[in-house]
Write a protein that binds this ligand. Structure first.
Ligand code: CA
Length: 222
């Protein structure tokens, strides 16, 4: 999960950087609109946290440019309390959500999770992996047109792995997804769920392989 943080207030920038890195996000930061545009052209970010009042080029300009290039990753704008007009304009031109400064880091994180969840499912209707099909509208996972018999937590894990289409998903990312379902998710809980999922996936020809020290990915068995 790679995040671009655009904020010119040094104090807020370093506080957010510290908090988000601590939570396991890979975060790049820039302090003006021109640098933000340059970063967005070179790195495929999963999410952008964008201050609107920036020196040189305004955050709304950065956002408008991004959307005009067809880039549809979630963008959360951060504005001052009196910036109602900016906020409305920001949402009009394609921001997914906004936060009013000062905000609690826990609220920021909750908004980030929600924005990322939505973006996973909005890009494509069906995600296929071998004979498994994830219908992103209904959220159902089908095997040869029959719904797989999975628990809600197993479904969360498999959806996340399918949405990544064979790319590695870290245990931490899986724990974050699960945290909406359980009080406390642990690496151990993820391991147990993956173990159960592997058994259920045996007849499907789709495997969950372990990437040592990091996480998991889906593969099709030969
Ligand atoms: Ca600012």
């Amino acid at each position: 999960m790679r995040v671009l943080l655009v904020e010119d207030d040094e104090y807020l920038l370093s506080a957010l950087l510290l908090a988000l890195k601590h939570k396991g996000y890979a975060v790049d930061s820039v302090q003006n609109g021109v640098d933000a545009q340059a970063a967005l052209m070179t790195v495929p970010y999963d999410l952008v946290l964008l201050d609107l009042g920036l020196p040189g080029m305004d955050g709304t300009k950065v956002l408008a440019d991004l959307r005009s290039k067809g880039q549809n990753m979630p963008v959360i704008i951060m504005t001052a309390r009196d910036g109602v007009d900016d906020r409305i304009h920001g949402l009009d031109i394609g921001a997914n959500d906004y936060l009013v400064k000062p905000f609690d880091i826990r609220e920021l994180e909750a908004r980030m999770r929600a924005a990322l969840r939505k973006s996973h499912w909005s890009n494509k209707l069906d995600i296929e992996m071998g004979e498994l099909v994830l219908n992103t509208n209904s959220g159902r996972i089908l095997l040869k047109d029959k719904q797989l018999d999975l628990t809600p937590k197993e479904t969360v894990i498999l959806k996340m792995l399918m949405a990544k289409g064979g790319q590695v998903v870290s245990k931490r990312q899986l724990m974050e997804q699960l945290s909406d379902w359980v009080e406390e998710s642990s690496e151990n809980a993820v391991e147990i769920l993956v173990h159960r999922l592997r058994k259920k996936l045996e007849p499907t020809g789709v495997l969950i392989s372990t990437v040592r020290g990091f996480g998991y990915k889906l593969e099709q068995s030969a």
